[in-house]
Design a protein around this ligand. Structure first.
Ligand code: PLP
Length: 376
């Protein structure tokens, strides 16, 4: 098994040294700083591992259940703390998929499941989200895509990159589709908590015996560098399989990630952080919507949740070429080309990142680059 690079990561690698003056398309809230947590940290905190549970700090796992609305539905034994949602996805996919199995994924979507499935030698079956349907996941086509060989359905809800959101009824319908063929249903909800159009969708770990919920403190809370996330699943064997795989890679969680995430997810603090993230996100999205409306030939479906969405470029502009020109002089602005998501006529727009990304300046420069492009 060799894991091959995906175009999205290839683009990030190629552009890491570019030192842009502005970034448009950030997917996470502005990041807090360590000083925001010092008053709640114990200077005598041991830097050994937590020493209490291989699943992660018990009080952190309690908070994880609470934020997912799973108190009394799942138990702390169902929660494994991981190095971000990325590791949670990795552990589940690697332990469940075998060569020859089928996995149903969405496109556009987060590439991790496809990359890992290909490395395993599983067959990837893609269900297309169409722009003409507002990028909404077509459940009938998911139902058509599953077979007796389907081992897993993997989706992001809210979706990266479109910000589309499934309702509770749709989640129940998806569970029925998975259950019909006995497939695992992994729902990556790393963008949950910033829903603009309807309530947060219920977590699949509370709805289905083979439901796996993954998430983290990375996005709405902006704590990506802590590398702290989770996997929630009511199947004890899957959780233990994940513990066993992790034991043979990073072994245990980093204690500072666990301790700071535990503070961040304490109910009062979490509620205040989410209020702030929601009001900033809503204001920035209003600014983005107005900006998109003002651009000739550019259009987008505003995200129903989260801070990112895909915008359709004016006819004839290739996203790769545009993103590269935009990164150079005189624009010096970073954004992700849609080619990273098999959408070569789109760019990923987003409003996260806080003050440090200079969103206003970035939007002015994207507008300028679009005007300049139309003259060439
Ligand atoms: C859908 C999705 N899942 C997982 C991740 C990784 O998140 P984490 O920082 O929690 O590992 C990302 C990051 O962009 C993502 O977009």
């Amino acid at each position: 098994m060799k894991v091959k690079i995906h175009t999205l990561f290839q683009y990030l690698l190629e552009t890491t040294d570019a030192a842009p003056e502005a970034i448009v398309g950030f997917s996470l809230s502005g990041s807090p700083v360590l000083g925001d947590y010092l008053d709640d940290l114990d200077p005598n905190q041991s830097l050994d591992w937590n020493g209490r549970d291989f699943r992660g700090l018990p009080e952190l796992r309690d908070h994880v259940l609470a934020q997912a609305g799973l108190n009394g539905i799942c138990t702390p034994q169902d929660v494994l703390i991981t190095a971000g949602a990325a590791e949670a996805n990795y552990l589940a996919i690697m332990q469940l998929l075998q060569p020859g199995d089928e996995i149903v994924i969405e496109t556009p979507g987060w590439p991790q499941a496809e990359v890992l499935a290909k490395a395993i030698g599983a067959t990837v079956v893609k269900v297309t989200r169409r722009e003409t349907d507002n990028w909404h996941l077509p459940l009938d086509r998911v139902a058509d895509a599953v077979t007796d060989r389907t081992k897993m359905i993997f989706i992001t809800n809210p979706n990266n990159p479109t910000g589309d959101l499934l309702t509770a009824d749709e989640m129940r319908a998806l569970v029925r589709v998975a259950d019909k063929v006995g497939a695992w249903l992994l729902v990556d909800e790393v963008y949950a908590g910033l829903e603009w159009d309807g309530p947060r969708a219920p977590s699949v770990a509370g709805m289905y015996a083979r439901g796996i919920t993954t998430g983290s403190v990375s996005k709405a809370l902006g704590l990506q560098g802590l590398r702290t996330g989770w996997l929630i699943c009511p199947d004890p064997e899957l959780v233990m399989d994940a513990v066993i795989l992790r034991e043979n890679s990073s072994e245990i969680m980093n204690i500072m990630g666990e301790v700071i995430a535990e503070v961040a997810l304490r109910p009062d603090r979490y509620a205040a952080s989410m209020d702030k993230a929601r009001s900033e996100g809503a204001a920035n999205l209003a600014q983005m919507n107005a900006w998109v409306d003002a651009q000739n030939g550019l259009s987008w479906v505003p995200p129903r949740a989260g801070l990112i969405g895909l915008a359709h470029l004016p006819d004839g502009i290739d996203s790769d070429a545009f993103a590269k020109v935009l990164l150079g002089e005189p624009y010096r602005t970073f954004l992700l080309p849609g080619s990273a998501y098999d959408q070569p006529n789109h760019i990923r727009l987003g409003v996260g990142g806080g003050a440090s990304v200079n969103l206003g300046k970035g939007l002015d420069r994207v507008a300028q680059a679009l005007r300049d492009w139309s003259k060439t």
